[in-house]
Design a protein around this ligand. Structure first.
Ligand code: ZN
Length: 304
């Protein structure tokens, strides 16, 4: 799996600014599409006031004292995970905006999409943290927990992880569902939907919905091996190769079948009044033709 991924290098010449969210995450560059550049003074004051109340009622270290996990025996991206508890405390104290403390937690626990033994142990702690922090449409701890669960690059099978941490995942799911209507704009809603998809284990979508917010997604044609690009900003969306001479092919949309993961996602977008997201999802669930070999291409089966 890793070898296969390593051979799928990004085509040369694509500007760094064109990195999609998944690639930015893997490179430790981002957790959300457009980080807010300037802290809002009022928000900072509210957060400080909130932190005072929270500290009086429930010290941030209390969960660490309760748990018997020997973090020094666990691994994160850089070796021993002994610093992870302090890192998560710092992340919680930094609040719900993405910043250096959450970047550090992300880098240690979900490094370029790979997870480690400490990442799994962090899931219940992230559930505790998210339940204590003020709810937002985007919460770095919630997205980190979702990305850990959605990862297929880790030492334990995702099925086993989900069974072990079922209670914490259920709590995270409830928070993610409540956070969905608070999303500011379609891109943030799409990221929040991907996070909810991770807690509900909605197949490939828990790893690929954020591409929708980026406007493009990398695909691979299985029969011919061509690297393709799904261009979601076009109307209708198109599939192209990296060779302009191959031309582009239209994507044909699909109505999701009742009871499927696709229907769940489309229904959430519709329920929350996200008409543009719901329309994009129809194409995301759809099909096209490989411009290189002419074979039919199912978009959900072709994500790189
Ligand atoms: Zn092909």
């Amino acid at each position: 799996m890793r070898a296969a991924r390593a051979t799928r290098a990004r085509p040369q010449g694509r500007p760094r600014s064109a990195l999609n969210h998944r690639e930015r995450s893997r490179m430790g560059l981002a957790g959300r599409p457009m980080p807010r550049a300037t802290p809002d003074l009022a928000v900072s004051r509210r957060r400080l006031a909130y932190r005072d109340v929270r500290t009086c009622r429930r010290p941030a270290w209390s969960w660490f004292d309760r748990r018997m996990t020997n973090w020094a025996d666990l691994r994160d991206a850089y070796g021993s995970a002994e610093k992870v508890p302090a890192m998560l405390v710092a992340a919680e104290e930094s609040g719900v905006e993405l910043g250096p403390a959450w970047d550090a937690a992300w880098s240690h626990l979900c490094h370029q999409g790979t997870v480690y033994s400490a990442s799994y142990e962090a899931i219940p702690l992230l559930a505790d943290i998210c339940s204590r922090l003020p709810m937002r449409g985007y919460m770095p701890g919630l997205q980190l927990a979702g990305s850990i669960l959605a990862s297929i690059y880790g030492p334990v099978s995702p099925t086993e992880v989900r069974a072990t941490f079922a209670t914490a995942i259920s709590r995270l799911r409830d928070i993610a569902e409540s956070a969905l209507p608070l999303a500011e704009g379609d891109p943030e809603f799409t990221y929040a939907l991907e996070t909810l998809a991770a807690f509900e284990d909605l197949g490939v979508w828990q790893r690929t919905l954020s591409y929708l917010a980026d406007g493009e997604a990398p695909l691979i044609c299985d029969p011919c091996g061509a690297e393709l690009l799904l261009q979601l900003d076009e109307s209708p969306p198109k599939v192209a190769t990296w060779n302009a001479g191959d031309g582009k092919r239209d994507v044909v949309g699909m109505e999701p079948t009742h009871g499927t993961a696709e229907a769940r996602l489309w229904g959430l977008a519709d329920t929350h009044g996200r008409a543009a997201v719901a329309e994009s999802l129809r194409f995301y669930f759809g099909s096209s033709t490989c411009p290189a070999c002419g074979n039919e291409l199912s978009i959900p089966e072709a994500f790189a």
